[in-house]
Write a protein that binds this ligand. Structure first.
Ligand code: TNX
Length: 526
């Protein structure tokens, strides 16, 4: 028997066959195949606790079974049962047990939905046999590697709009992503309605990367649209994190309210497409603006627990901040030596305002050098070419979200033949996204401070929906598995097998991904 087994293993190795993995993305942490099959009828009863999560879980499974079928609650025969697990440590963890008698899912609030997502993927790929789906019996024990599994969309450079964002959230939920970081303000356009400052959208909402002077129509989200998107995300276990960038990237706001601006710009003789306006860090009008805007933002995003205030790429500009009278006053009062000292003060003051609102202050990795308290700060590491910035942030004890340009900025090209998009001593192919963050070589101790990871889609180079989706998919699926599946279970070849079967599903949902297997033609803005 042993000899037979060994020679079988040998032959399998020679033939290069691998045991096919369960056809689920992201790959579950534990998957044990057991004897037998479940014949799940199309009209199987699906029972869940009468909670929002329970109702969502039922909807996911019913849709997978073929939504319009009438279901009878008390019918005998196999069905699907969701049970809340009060004792769970990780609210996102779940177990899914498939036996010939039915499917049973146990988990916390989010876990029930993730269990339903997994079961729905299994059903979608299962052979159908008359009025049944044939499912292999198995026990899946699953929980994510990282709690923060995100995607950032830049809507300032180009505005995507409600429909595209909701479609994005649908697809994110399918792969158990749980954070949508919404870059709503930057130099080209301000995209979120603020009642106290209506010109932010009527004037600041005009313009995009191709229209720096703001000659076109205003494009922005009304408060009702924001609420609708936040609710839509919540129904998919996705938390929306608003970003209001300051003190840099302020052109759109300064276009609307010139009195808020100060610094950043180049000499008038050196015109730039974006003057790189900053807010005037010493102006009481700016401090009042900041407080009012954050107040309205906090109300619109009640579950975010955070305001991301940017803090990146501050350009002091011609003459520097210190040439502004308000800033000179501030420097004297606060004993600040130079422009960099003023930046540090402004960052600390902004973060402290956010913390006093009971929220965490999120910011790009520049903020890690400004002496903010570890509690109440979240650092987003983006400068891939400066690993010591990450090392220092972790060393100081900051919770960190990993989103380095390489490999997680999706405005970088994904195939060497692509002409449109960024490169930087290389680019961001699927395999590099999948291999992240293991290639960083973080210690277990360091990784314990890492909240998770996210991909960022900056849109200087992505004017249309088709192009944005081309850049996003399928790389975001690779990121989702990299963020969920335990390191020792990750396997690129297995992922590619499962991804091949997944691309048609994405297309059914209306998203047209890049096809890395066929090297499909590049989608550009031209
Ligand atoms: C850097 S990431 C930026 C963005 C650009 C992006 C383009 C960051 C904090 N700043 O403003 O859109 O590069 O890749």
């Amino acid at each position: 028997m042993l000899r037979f087994l060994l020679s079988f293993l040998f032959l399998a190795a020679v033939a290069g066959t691998r045991a096919a993995e369960v056809s689920v993305i992201p790959l579950p942490a534990g998957n044990l195949e057991t004897q037998g099959e479940l014949l799940l009828p199309l009209d199987a009863p699906v029972k869940a606790p009468a909670t929002p999560a329970g109702e969502r879980a039922v909807r996911l499974v019913v849709e997978a079974l073929g939504g319009n079928v009438r279901r009878t609650e008390n019918k005998g025969g196999p069905g699907v049962v969701f049970e809340p697990a009060a004792d769970t440590k990780d609210e996102e963890a779940y177990t899914l047990e498939i036996t010939p008698n039915g499917a049973r899912i146990r988990g916390g609030e989010a876990g029930l939905c993730y269990g339903a997502t997994t079961l729905a993927q299994l059903i979608a790929k299962a052979p159908r046999d008359g009025g049944h789906f044939r499912l292999q019996c198995r026990t899946i024990t699953d929980a994510p590697r990282f709690g923060w599994r995100g995607f950032m969309l830049d809507e300032s450079r180009y505005f995507a709009g409600e429909q595209e964002v909701k479609r994005l959230l649908d697809a994110m939920a399918r792969y158990k992503l749980n954070r949508f970081h919404w870059h709503l303000t930057d130099s080209p356009g301000w995209r979120i309605e603020i009642e106290g400052y209506p010109a932010l959208t009527t004037i600041g909402g005009r313009g995009n990367e191709a229209d720096p002077e703001g000659k076109g129509e205003a494009e922005f989200y009304t408060k009702d649209q924001i609420r609708s998107i936040v609710r839509y995300a919540r129904e998919r276990n996705i938390v929306v994190i608003p970003e209001i960038d300051m003190p840099g990237h302020a052109d759109a706001a300064v276009r609307a309210y010139p009195e808020l601006g100060g610094g950043g710009y180049k000499k008038p003789a050196e015109p730039l497409k974006w003057p790189r306006f900053t807010y005037n860090p010493g102006s009481p009008a700016v401090w009042e603006f900041r407080a009012k805007v954050f107040q309205e933002v906090a109300e619109l995003f009640p579950e975010a627990g955070m305001i991301h205030f940017g803090g990146d790429e501050v350009h002091f500009g011609w003459g520097g901040w210190s040439s502004l009278p308000e800033v000179r006053g501030l420097m004297q009062r606060e004993n600040l030596p130079d422009n960099a000292g003023v930046e540090g003060w402004f960052v600390r003051d902004t973060a402290s305002l956010i913390r006093r609102m009971g929220l965490k202050a999120g910011g790009w990795d520049e903020i890690a050098a400004q002496g903010l308290p570890v509690d109440g700060t979240v650092v987003f590491w983006w400068r891939h070419d400066q690993p010591q910035v990450l090392q220092n942030a972790l060393q100081r004890g900051y919770p960190v979200v990993l989103c380095p340009r390489r490999p997680l900025y999706f405005d970088f090209i994904q195939h060497e033949s692509h002409k449109s998009g960024r490169t930087w001593k290389g680019f961001n192919p699927l395999a590099d996204v999948y291999g992240f963050p293991d290639a960083l070589g973080l210690t277990a101790e360091q990784e314990s401070k890492v909240l998770g990871m996210q991909a960022c889609l900056w849109t200087e180079n992505a004017a249309t929906t088709r192009r944005r989706e081309f850049l996003t998919w399928p790389r975001l699926i690779a990121m989702a598995e990299a963020a969920w599946t335990p390191r020792e279970r990750k396997d690129l070849a297995s992922f590619e097998d499962r991804l091949r079967a997944e691309l048609p599903v994405l297309r059914t949902g209306g998203v047209v991904p890049y096809d890395p297997f066929a090297n499909s033609p590049e989608v550009t803005d031209e």
